[in-house]
Design a protein around this ligand. Structure first.
Ligand SMILES: NC(=O)c1ccc[n+]([C@@H]2O[C@H](COP(=O)([O-])OP(=O)(O)OC[C@H]3O[C@@H](n4cnc5c(N)ncnc54)[C@H](O)[C@@H]3O)[C@@H](O)[C@H]2O)c1
Length: 365
């Protein structure tokens, strides 16, 4: 049985997910393990059981093209995991642009930036209904508040679960969360916490300081990258919710308040030649026994988009299970495990345990 999904934003994260599905499709069906995944099988579903039935974008190099071609179209620059993906009947449809494309994107070269197609937008709700999609992955650029709300409304109207992988607060917003609950639709969000990225590393070391009685006095997380996500984030006014999401993901791990001036977490610069390689520089300064100083520095280099796909592939399957079990509203443990800004923050170990229990048939996800 397949899991029918729709995608809003066929950018690098979507491309890495589709290529990863292709990669794991090649693992023999009787195999129980494969590298790079938390679960080859989750709740009876394997990565290749995920089937894309609808896709939306606004870029002229993607709209109107078959999904298996659009996934490789510029300005996507994610590392190639699978040079071809299964041929798809799905044609990428024109979404409502709204605030999806920042004005400064036009100042950069075609191959690095977004170029809006001339087509009129389709009726997203109707496409979702007709396609039979069970959930929509929202992969819109940071700062696309109105566009994300438009897709969320379409999900509510069509009975489709929202998996919000970006930092506009919908699932973690109590009013929106209640609307999904009242409509009987499970959802997960907001802002995906990558498999082994800056957020989980920063959370872990912050928690380690706290668990060992070392006070965190000051910390920063500086990130650079060269994909369109980093280019888009050069616009500081689009960053408000991203900054909250990334900062709270770290400070939530401390049992005390830390002055806002002593925490700096965020995207720091766009370095074109890095493409989808994200580099994170992390520093913590703390006070240990008798006031003795403790300092930690780390540099983490990852491929940004496969890193997010490694978690999304599990969220898709967990949301499918939630739908099968008739659950409604924000999935608290799944969101706490997989997202930077969930409705409720949990320690990562606890959230992971609760997700495993949920997959095994206990709890409400
Ligand atoms: N590790 C990660 O890469 C990671 C982690 C957490 C969150 N995120 C978030 O996920 C989102 C997607 O990241 P990405 O790297 O794939 O970005 P991307 O820039 O590669 O892709 C965004 C896509 O959205 C399209 N788009 C713009 N406006 C649209 C609209 N109104 N309707 C439909 N499509 C529209 C663009 O044309 C582009 O194809 C970003 O918000 C990013 O911050 C990514």
């Amino acid at each position: 049985m397949s899991i029918k999904i729709a995608i809003a934003g066929v950018g690098n994260c979507a491309s890495a997910l589709l290529q990863g599905i292709e990669h794991y499709r090649r693992v023999p069906r009787d195999a129980h393990e494969a590298w790079g995944l938390l679960h080859l099988e989750l709740g009876g579903f394997r990565p290749e059981d995920v089937e894309v039935v609808a896709a939306f974008d606004v870029d002229r190099r993607k709209v109107g093209r078959a999904l298996h071609e659009a996934a490789f179209a510029p300005p996507n620059c994610t590392r190639i995991i699978a040079s071809e993906i299964a041929k798809s009947e799905v044609v990428v449809q024109m979404g409502p642009v709204l605030d999806g494309v920042a004005p400064h994107m036009s100042e950069y070269a075609d191959e690095r930036s977004f170029r809006v197609a001339a087509e009129d937008p389709v009726d997203v709700e109707a496409v979702l209904r007709d396609s039979g999609a069970e959930l929509l992955l929202c992969y819109l650029p940071v700062g696309s508040t109105r566009a994300v709300h438009a897709y969320a409304e379409a999900c509510l109207a069509a009975g489709v679960s929202l998996v919000n992988c970006m930092p506009v607060f919908v699932v973690s917003d109590p009013a929106w969360g209640e609307r999904f609950r009242a409509a009987g639709i499970p959802c997960a969000g907001d802002d995906i916490k990558s498999q082994l990225g800056a957020t989980i590393l920063h959370r872990m070391v912050t928690r380690l300081f706290a668990d060992r009685g070392v006070r965190v006095d000051r910390t920063y997380q500086l990130n650079t990258g060269g994909n369109t996500d980093f280019l888009n984030m050069l616009s500081r006014e689009r960053l408000a919710s991203k900054k909250i999401s990334k900062t709270e993901a770290v400070t939530s791990q401390l049992p005390y308040e830390i002055d806002a001036n002593d925490v700096h977490v965020g995207p720091s610069d766009y370095v074109p030649w890095q493409n989808d390689n994200k580099v994170c520089f992390l520093r913590l300064e703390g006070t240990g026994f008798g006031g003795a100083p403790v300092e930690l520095e780390a540099r983490l280099s990852v491929q940004d988009s496969p890193n997010s796909a490694g978690i999304v592939i599990d969220v898709i399957r967990a949301v499918k299970l939630a739908r099968e079990r008739g659950l409604a509203g924000p999935l608290l443990a799944v969101s706490a495990f997989a997202m930077k800004h969930p409705p409720v923050q949990m320690r990562d170990g606890l959230a992971a345990r609760r997700v495993e229990e949920f997959v095994a048939g206990h709890g409400d996800g």
